[in-house]
Design a binder for this molecule. Structure first.
Ligand code: SAH
Length: 396
């Protein structure tokens, strides 16, 4: 614990969640502050009667402190190095750090790795860092040094992509740039398939790594099917479908840039394969008239709800899009349907999909219940970290 830090005292009784190691302090739980903590500052958090509870990064907003430790310790270089080392060792245990078939994985998954506000993705030697809190942004140099020390010559470059992810009111003038090295070789392997990843321009850190295992499952179900990959982005699910022996694969995304990336990636893996076609179109429009065209449909929409207030609307959108799929998928078809909205719970998402199935009146069996892969771990004390939910459904 650093004694010179500002102090935050919680209201009586509000220490309970911290005693259960939950990593957030909500602004409503704060009784008083001493020493004028500002956004990004480290603060010590105490119970109303002065018992030390935790240390974390201060933030303006409903989550007022993102906690880094519940022990009394210094938050300095060795602290960050240990955190990065633990994250790397966990990926090593998953068989991801020495894998000739898969060279892309998530190295740091925020709260899941005890580093709230920080995402680090590993792209065949280049790590892309995305800071979601000013506190993390301010320690970026230490994080880069820790990455260099822990990864050694496995690390070719570190790219900071926080310009759009930092709270926009924080007044931090962040510009996306390399913090170490420079590497424009953006090709990675996922289960032996090749992908060009554009971390400079792409969405998130460039690639949706979290669907790796779910894509693999699509491969398993694709033989002889006509596949619709809706919200395809870089085309991930489509390649697995082609590899799995699909009859035809249609990839759809509203972004023309995403369609361009998808076509490039298909060409890279399956040159001149006539089974694949990609369309830049709106999902709700495209799915207006697809009656009996497909017998495998993947729906992986963007987070329809980013905030709590938007949950109701998001559930309506999930219901609408899934209804279109249930009503039109061929008999004996398989639907892969996902939600990546953290604020939409597994139960609520399931209810939305159930309602959609009921509207269609079809007989539907749940074949699999999917989630995020192990390199996107959930901190057991932070169940909110389980954000990706998926269902694989057999439609009679
Ligand atoms: N399935 C992808 C990730 C999907 S991300 C993968 O495995 O990598 C969500 C995508 O939905 C984005 O590419 C975004 O451009 C697209 N999108 C957002 N709104 C859309 C809409 N109304 N219709 C079609 N695509 C949309």
């Amino acid at each position: 614990m650093i004694d010179t830090l500002a102090k935050i005292f919680l209201k009586p009784g509000k220490e309970q969640s911290l005693k259960r190691f939950h990593p957030w302090v909500f602004s409503g739980a704060i009784g008083k502050a001493e020493g004028k903590p500002e956004e990004g500052d480290l603060v010590n958090v105490y119970s109303a009667n002065g018992e030390f509870l935790a240390t974390g990064h201060c933030q303006v907003g409903s989550i007022a402190v993102r906690l880094l430790t519940f022990e009394q310790q210094q938050i300095e270089y060795s602290f960050w190095k240990t955190k990065i080392e633990n994250a790397w060792n966990a990926r090593k245990a998953l068989g991801l750090t020495e894998n000739s078939e898969t060279t892309v994985f998530r190295l740091v998954h925020a709260e899941g790795d005890g580093m709230p506000g920080l995402i680090i993705d590993f792209y065949n030697g280049t790590t892309v860092m995305q800071m979601h809190s000013v506190g993390m942004y301010l320690v970026r140099e230490m994080l880069v040094n820790a990455l260099r020390e822990v990864l050694g010559d496995k690390l070719k470059a570190v790219y900071d992509k926080s310009e759009k992810s930092l709270p926009f009111k924080a007044g931090v003038e962040s510009k996306d740039s390399y913090l170490f090295g420079e590497n424009n070789d953006s090709e990675v392997l996922e289960n032996g398939l090749r992908f060009k990843v554009d971390w400079l321009e792409g969405q998130k850190t460039g690639f949706f790594i979290d669907q790796r295992e779910n894509r693999y499952l699509v491969q398993h179900y694709s033989a002889g099917r006509d596949v619709l990959n809706m919200f395809c982005y870089t085309g991930g699910f489509s390649f697995y479908a082609i590899k799995g022996g699909a009859r035809t694969v249609h990839s759809v995304d509203s972004s023309a840039k995403a369609i361009e990336l998808t076509n490039k990636n298909v060409e890279l893996n399956f040159p001149d394969d006539k089974r694949h076609e990609a369309f830049a179109a709106d999902a709700f429009e495209f799915m207006r008239d697809i009656k009996d065209k497909y017998d495998l449909i993947i729906l992986d929409p963007p987070a329809f709800a980013k905030h709590r207030d938007a949950v109701h609307q998001a559930l309506q959108a999930y219901k609408r899009i899934n209804t279109r799929a249930f009503e039109q998928i061929r008999s004996g078809g398989i639907l892969f349907t996902f939600s990546c909205s953290q604020v939409v719970s597994k139960e609520k998402f399931r209810e939305a999909v159930f309602s959609a199935a009921a509207i269609s009146g079809r007989n539907v069996r749940i074949l699999h219940q999917l989630t995020q892969p192990a390199d996107h771990p959930v901190n057991i004390y932070h169940p909110e970290g389980e954000y990706l939910k998926g269902l694989v459904l057999y439609v009679e």
